[in-house]
Design a protein around this ligand. Structure first.
Ligand SMILES: [Zn+2]
Ligand SMILES: [Zn+2]
Length: 287
């Protein structure tokens, strides 16, 4: 396996020549008697008979090269490694870029060679077959049998089902990520003016909230009462939201609408109206 180390295309991955400290270019020499760590010499130092400490010029040696065919007479080991690396870098099927990175082979050669030796190779067929069988068995044996239990059922760790359901939280019966986390993104700044929605939907909007007898009403000034009526917000909730936003605003030295929305988990249009109102009335300031 030592030889594989020499296939890397980046010369700085290899230790330098022990004789002259230059980067090793293939072919180079590895002493078979010294090391580990391996004792490498470039051809120039080797032919000069370089000796250092224990290493003698009559030591047996290996010629390190990946310039030999492995799977196909016209492909050197170096090229095989470069191809695998290029497919990893550029992605399977991106043969043009693979060939560009390879430099020594055409797009067609890369594709043909890769398909022949790495995809359609009977050596790997058993593995692919296993995968296929596992895929077919997936629905059959991974279904979770129902038992009444306090703890919700969970797929077996590392099963196909558990991977399919990555991010699913059984106890919350929900996924960590929403299917489309940004589905509401485009709508977040749209404010539905009640008059418009009446025209659009042909229906009356909800009537103003009657505050009579609602707790907290006595703590509101006239403008706040009007807001609570129009936004249909009970005074108790309004006062709670107001104090939360004021607190945060004081802490941060200003507040953005997005921050307000993070604090108050209600209908975003209501939050905006409350936010705008508090800005307008000078209770909070924009960040
Ligand atoms: Zn050297
Ligand atoms: Zn040696």
């Amino acid at each position: 396996m030592d030889r594989l180390g020499s296939f890397s295309s980046d010369p700085s991955d290899k230790p330098p020549c022990r004789g002259c400290s230059s980067y090793l270019m293939e072919p180079y020499i590895k002493c078979a008697e010294c090391g580990p760590p391996p004792f490498f010499l470039c051809l120039q130092c080797f032919t000069r008979g370089f000796e250092y400490k224990k290493h003698q010029s009559d030591h047996t040696y290996e010629i390190m090269t990946s310039d030999f065919p492995v799977l196909d007479p016209s492909w050197t080991a170096q090229e095989e490694m470069a191809l695998l690396e290029a497919v990893m870098d550029c992605g399977f099927g991106n043969w043009q870029d693979v060939a560009n990175q390879m430099c020594t082979k055409t797009k067609e050669e890369c594709e043909k060679h890769y398909m022949k030796h790495f995809i359609n190779n009977p050596l790997f067929a058993s593995t692919l077959l296993n995968l296929k069988q596992a895929e077919e068995a997936k629905t059959a044996d991974t279904a979770i049998p129902f038992h009444s239990a306090e703890d919700p059922p969970r797929p077996t760790f590392d099963s196909l089902l558990s991977r399919d359901m990555a991010g699913y939280m059984p106890a919350r019966a929900d996924f960590i990520e929403e299917f489309d986390n940004y589905a509401e993104w485009d709508l977040r700044d749209i404010d539905f003016v009640e008059d418009d929605s009446d025209i659009l939907h042909g229906r009356r909007s909800a009537p103003p909230l009657n505050l009579t007898g609602l707790p907290g009403t006595e703590k509101l000034n006239e403008k706040e009462k009007e807001l609570c009526q129009m936004v249909r917000l009970v005074p108790g909730a309004y006062l709670e939201y107001k104090s939360a936003l004021l607190n945060e605003c004081n802490k941060q030295g200003g507040l953005r609408l997005a921050q307000a929305r993070a604090l108050i988990k209600i209908d975003v249009n209501k939050t905006r109206k409350i936010y705008d109102f508090l800005i307008r009335e000078g209770y909070i300031t924009k960040a």
